[in-house]
Design a protein around this ligand. Structure first.
Ligand SMILES: Cc1cc2nc3c(=O)[nH]c(=O)nc-3n(C[C@H](O)[C@H](O)[C@H](O)COP(=O)(O)O)c2cc1C
Length: 188
């Protein structure tokens, strides 16, 4: 393990020891959400805009970094949406959604789509995919998906989608880690 704040106790965890088996680890997770959020923030992710069309055809979307690949055969991806989101009913009803992986140059879009901005889609250049799903022009990658599963999970709803179409580019992706936007570093 690398040096840093000990997660479980002051005693260093031996390499390979299962930290999840410690009662202290569970106590820390349950009683200290701030510390848990900090620890989760150590995990570096990309940044996406997940989009769909609501039943009236209007675009909906938000900034999401819970996106992950799930399966190659069949091609499945997942992401989660905060249950209190005003877009929840639209995503629950939508047969399709798109995951637009932001390029580094699209950092402003991440801010707009994570804000209370009333007209989020006025920012960025958009094309219309299947079922009116907004697809971001210039994204690092785009995945158009059919919703195959929705599941309540704590205070979020987990969406699983089957990838129907995808596109990628050579644009460097935007990264997020420790609560900050970052860019790709050198190859190790
Ligand atoms: C980098 C980043 C990643 C985010 N990831 C998620 C996510 O995975 N799921 C989620 O529900 N909200 C996520 N959010 C928060 C939403 O983007 C934010 O709450 C937004 O205002 C939600 O839109 P809404 O108010 O229409 O629900 C993220 C925000 C940022 C800045």
């Amino acid at each position: 393990m690398t040096a840093g704040k000990p997660f479980v106790s002051a005693a260093p965890t031996p390499p390979g020891a299962p930290i999840a088996s410690s009662a202290h680890a569970e106590e820390a997770q349950a009683s200290d959400p701030h510390r848990l959020r900090h620890a989760l923030g150590r995990f570096a992710t990309g940044v996406t805009l997940v989009t769909a069309a609501d039943p009236s055809g209007a675009p909906v979307g938000l900034t999401v970094n819970s996106f992950a690949s799930l399966s190659l055969e069949p091609p499945l991806v997942l992401w989660s949406l905060r249950e209190a989101s005003p877009t929840l009913s639209a995503f629950r009803a939508a047969p399709r959604f798109a995951v637009n992986v932001l390029a580094e140059s699209q950092i402003e879009l991440s801010r707009v789509f994570a804000s209370r901005h009333a007209h989020r889609f006025a920012a960025g250049a958009w094309q219309c995919g299947d079922d009116g799903v907004p697809l971001l022009v210039g994204a690092a990658a785009t995945f158009l998906c059919a919703t195959v599963s929705q599941q309540q999970a704590g205070d979020h709803v987990l969406f699983i989608g089957r990838v129907l179409h995808f596109a990628d580019s050579h644009e460097p992706p935007l990264l997020f880690q420790g609560g900050r936007y970052r860019r790709l570093g050198t190859v190790l």
